[in-house]
Design a binder for this molecule. Structure first.
Ligand code: COA
Ligand code: NAP
Length: 268
């Protein structure tokens, strides 16, 4: 399926690496102009340069999704450069393995602030700059949203909130012609997120074997779904929470004890 996003404006929050960067690259390959934000000025500048080498325009800006003023400035600059935002991808996130009793209140709050409050900030502050009608918001969630998972209390709470935000905003903003959906990626190969949950070859193999399709996901698996949702093919889809996970959501909570021990030993 060939998508055409020529001259559309795609804004990716948390877009300097991993899955979100792969999504940005896929839209760029389909002709979109791309705005990216993440915390690290160097990382986001390098990511924007890579996007530009694909023959489209790109703007990389340092902004933390926990800081509304920085975000507001980034959205204004992006809209000034490329016009109203057609596609907003919201995927900034943080994760580490820890039992609830091994998390300080600030550790829990940090992940909730990035993943949940950050997603609210991104959607809320992008709203004045979204194309109306026609904009599509794609939130990048995680299976922890619906699978209660030990060592992941912070992420479970935050991503469940992200998906509820998707459902509420779909109703509040639908009349303006704005659609919003969540993609729930499974374990995606060669990403920071998976490295944190499966830090050794053994834990990685176990993860792949648990997936009903018996393989890890690829970044392009997620990018393709983002493009379907953002294109006319997804024009009657809003408020949906869509697993793209090889069936992992069907299998219940995972046991991260071995992975947590491996991460702990790597840190000491
Ligand atoms: N176990 C328990 N607590 C941890 C922890 C761990 N493995 N890692 C961090 N924390 C705690 C810190 O101790 C701190 O709490 P404290 O102030 O009570 O000591 C709190 O979390 C915040 O840590 P800090 O490093 O100051 O936060 P940050 O905002 O600089 O970074 C993180 C956020 C911790 C999520 C960091 O891992 C990050 O930047 N992640 C982005 C990349 C990523 O996670 N990618 C995968 C996406 S799924
Ligand atoms: P990643 O490469 O670490 O991507 C996270 C991105 O967010 C980076 O660009 C990071 O850049 C940015 N970021 C982090 N904190 C930020 C903040 N406070 N403000 C702005 N930007 C911030 O991880 P990934 O594994 O690709 O994960 C991407 C998304 O997919 C996340 O939402 C994650 O929950 C979801 N997911 C991943 C998997 C997986 O298998 N990898 C599975 C399920 C869901 P900076 O460091 O420069 O800020």
């Amino acid at each position: 399926m060939a998508f055409d996003f020529s001259s559309r404006h795609v804004f990716v929050a948390g877009g300097s690496s991993g899955i979100n960067f792969g999504i940005a690259q896929a839209f760029a390959c389909a002709g979109a102009n791309v705005s990216l934000i993440s915390r690290s000025a160097d990382k986001v500048a390098a990511a924007a340069a890579q996007i530009q080498s694909l023959g489209v325009q790109a703007l990389g800006m340092a902004a933390d999704v926990r800081q509304p003023e920085a975000l507001q400035g980034a959205f204004a600059a992006a809209a000034e450069r490329f016009g109203p935002i057609d596609v907003l991808v919201s995927g900034a996130a943080g994760n580490f393995l820890a039992r609830a009793l091994d998390m300080s209140p600030n550790a829990f709050k940090t992940v909730v602030d990035i993943d949940l409050l950050g997603s609210f900030n991104v959607a809320r502050l992008a709203h004045p700059h979204l194309r109306k009608p026609g904009a599509s918001i794609v939130q990048i969630s995680a299976g922890q949203s619906f699978t209660p998972t030990p060592y992941q209390a912070h992420v479970c709470a935050a991503k469940a909130g992200v998906d509820m935000l998707t459902r509420v905003l779909a109703q509040e903003w639908g009349a303006e012609g704005i659609r919003i959906n969540s993609i729930v990626p499974g374990p995606i190969a060669d990403t920071e997120g998976l490295k944190r949950l499966a830090p050794t070859d053994g834990t990685l193999d176990a993860m792949a074997q648990r997936v009903p399709l018996k393989r890890l996901g690829r970044i392009e698996d997620i990018a393709r779904m983002a493009m379907v949702l953002a294109s006319d093919w997804g024009s009657y889809v809003t408020g949906a929470v869509i697993p793209v996970d090889g069936g992992l959501a069907l299998t219940g909570p995972r046991d991260f004890t071995a992975a947590a021990e491996a991460s702990r030993q790597a840190r000491v």
